[in-house]
Design a protein around this ligand. Structure first.
Ligand code: GTP
Ligand code: MG
Length: 347
């Protein structure tokens, strides 16, 4: 224990020394342009070794560092917590996210928002033009309601050129129920006249075996996305492992805490990459259970709060599907009808 403390103190002392040197050498305040191009090496006190550690852990950009908590950054980049805390504060200052943003700066950020088409007119209209980036969309409904089909379809569409309503981007797909089917992607790609091989190359799939694995995979995306243009992250299903592992009231607080952490990681990926995060979720299945409305999504307030958009799916007569937009921040609630066909989702 004492030895560990000693090591941390040395690490902190070294950091502060470098930090002082850097601050002393920094005669001029950085201009806007300099700040825009600043990298993690420009942080006072971060030398090549620390920068290497940060890069190894997937922290390429100031913003990625700035939004971390000290304990998480310390963990992931193998730094002392005191050093991690100093690095985060410096990154916050440089990335200018420590304080308030002006309305116009916010508007600039909103201007970067892109919209991914579902290629189903009624769904796109319901969402005011498509699925927004920088957002977390929750798709919930009973089994067989078509959640996984939406995930597959949007993964395909994400790879399409921007002019055609796609995001020209790579997709990370975390599959917790072993329901990802490349054959289905092939069908849907053909349905839009795309080359299935090319589409499949841009969809990166990992099977998650339990909640810890699922959370780790989300963290790994940062590291694995080098050289890729990550525009969509899908977690299908977000909640199934959480439900299975944390059973009963006594486990609820713990479950919600873990889920919250996982959602924060996902939202961070959406913000940093200007990407869309899509998660699927079940509804409570037993109407007679002690708690849980059968038409309410699992995950409670934590998930409701984290989602920017929530879509409730259900089956209707004649193989049709209904999607309902629930609690949107800036769009009216409403419903739309569509179909799941051999070629994918259609009006
Ligand atoms: P759970 O994961 O079990 O909760 O269900 P889900 O909401 O993910 O359902 P999913 O998206 O897997 O929907 C399955 C339904 O999609 C099937 O019952 C079919 O109606 C439809 N579907 C899937 N593949 C095809 C296909 O190739 N052709 C057609 N026409 N429909 C399909
Ligand atoms: Mg499914």
């Amino acid at each position: 224990m004492a030895a560990k403390r000693g090591k941390i103190d040395v690490e902190l002392a070294e950091f502060e020394e470098k930090e002082q040197e850097a601050l002393a050498g920094q005669a001029v305040i950085m201009t806007e342009e300099m700040l825009a191009e600043a990298t993690i090496e420009d942080l006072p006190g971060v030398g090549p070794a620390t920068a290497e550690k940060l890069r190894e852990a997937g922290f390429e950009e100031l913003l990625a560092v700035a939004v971390m908590s000290p304990s998480d950054l310390a963990d992931q980049a193998e730094l002392g917590e005191a050093v991690a805390s100093k690095i985060i504060n410096a990154a916050k200052k440089m990335a200018n996210i420590g304080g308030f943003l002006s309305g116009s700066a916010l508007l600039d950020r909103r201007r970067e928002v892109m919209k991914l088409t579902s290629k189903v007119i009624s769904i796109d209209e319901l969402l005011g033009g498509g699925f927004e980036t920088q957002a977390l969309v929750e798709v919930y409904g009973e089994f067989g309601s078509g959640k996984t089909q939406i995930g597959h379809q949007l993964a395909v569409n994400c790879t399409m050129p921007v002019e055609e309503g796609g995001l020209d981007g790579d997709v990370f797909y975390i599959d917790t129920e072993d329901t990802f089917r490349p054959e289905r992607i092939t069908q849907m790609a053909r349905g839009h006249g795309l080359d299935p091989e090319k589409v499949l190359e841009r969809i990166h799939v990992a099977r998650a075996y339990n909640t810890a694995h699922q959370m780790l995979l989300a963290e790994e995306i940062k590291r694995m996305s080098k050289g890729l243009k990550v525009k969509m992250i899908i977690v299908d299903s977000l909640t199934s492992h959480f439900r299975a592992e944390y059973i009963g009231r006594g486990m609820l607080a713990n479950r919600q805490q873990k889920l919250n952490r996982h959602l924060k990681d996902l939202k961070q990926l959406a913000d940093i990459n200007n990407a869309l995060v899509l998660v699927t979720n079940q509804v409570h299945s037993k109407p007679d259970a002690m708690w849980g409305d059968p038409t309410k999504p699992v995950g409670g307030h934590v998930l409701a709060h984290a989602s920017t958009f929530r879509l409730y799916l259900r089956k209707a007569k004649g193989g049709r599907r209904i999607a309902r937009l629930v609690d949107s921040p800036n769009l009216p609630d409403g419903e739309c009808v569509y179909q799941v066909t051999e070629e994918g989702l259609r009006d």
